[in-house]
Design a protein around this ligand. Structure first.
Ligand SMILES: [Zn+2]
Length: 59
């Protein structure tokens, strides 16, 4: 079972989907995606909380 975050749910107008096996890995991948695709310089606590609130479990 994997954890999934849909970028759109975090608030970006983006069809990106990030999947990982752990929350820690997920946050790293989201940070990398946000930096690369959205120019986000820094993942703030607010962003981390937002990501955690929209994370889903992939079946
Ligand atoms: Zn995105």
């Amino acid at each position: 079972m994997a954890l999934v975050v849909h970028c759109r749910d975090v608030g970006f107008d983006c069809d990106g989907v990030v999947k990982a096996d752990s929350e820690q890995e997920l946050l790293q991948l989201v940070a990398a995606h946000a930096a690369e695709a959205h120019g986000l310089q820094e993942v703030t606590d607010d962003v981390v909380l937002k990501v955690k609130s929209v994370v889903r479990e992939d079946e």
